[in-house]
Ligand binder design. Structure first.
Ligand code: RP5
Length: 166
């Protein structure tokens, strides 16, 4: 469920509808932690004006972190980071042609001075981007930090001491 626009703290953007299956893992975590967020398709190549507008208005709209997922020539996270100092977390989406190595290298190799916090390719990256975004927002929200710590504690408790032998 998306938050009231005035309350949104995290923006989840993706270059294409085809990125949704990956980015859904980020949204799932944000929802589990009750982080007010919004979800948009914003393409660096197909909707460059939408991207520029999104980045340039992010801070005044109250965003404290942006999770940007893209695949292939994955310029979205870097181009957003070029236009806002709101922290940008980049998620390389696994591409069909090169298994996400193209996405990863496109996102991670930013020039010094314009940072993108780059996560792992695919599901793990999307999930961890959301956990990092929650930690960032949690710096000013003790209740959110408590929910995040509780999520981490439950994750630890769910790990069996011994493997099941099949
Ligand atoms: C990128 O191109 C998107 O982030 C997506 O991962 C990739 C392919 O997009 P589609 O052709 O599937 O729309 O911009």
């Amino acid at each position: 469920m998306s938050a009231n626009p005035a309350d949104v703290k995290v923006g989840v953007i993706m270059g294409s509808q085809s990125d949704w299956d990956t980015m859904a893992h980020a949204v799932e975590i944000l929802e589990a932690l009750a982080v007010p967020h919004e979800v948009r398709i914003v393409s660096a190549h197909r909707t460059p004006d939408r991207m520029a507008d999104y980045a340039r208005t992010a801070r005044e709209r109250g965003l404290q972190a942006i999770i940007a997922g893209a695949g292939g020539a994955a310029h979205l996270p870097g181009m957003v980071a070029a236009q806002t100092s709101v922290p940008v977390l980049g998620v390389p989406v696994e591409s069909k042609a090169l298994s996400g190595m193209d996405s990863l290298l496109s996102i991670v190799q930013m020039p010094g001075g314009v940072p993108v916090g780059t996560l792992a390719i695919g599901k793990a990256g999307a999930k961890n981007a959301a956990l990092l975004a929650a930690a960032i927002v949690g710096l000013q929200d003790a209740e959110l930090t408590a929910r995040l710590d509780d999520w981490r504690r439950r994750q630890s408790e769910a790990v069996a001491e011994e493997p099941e032998r099949g």
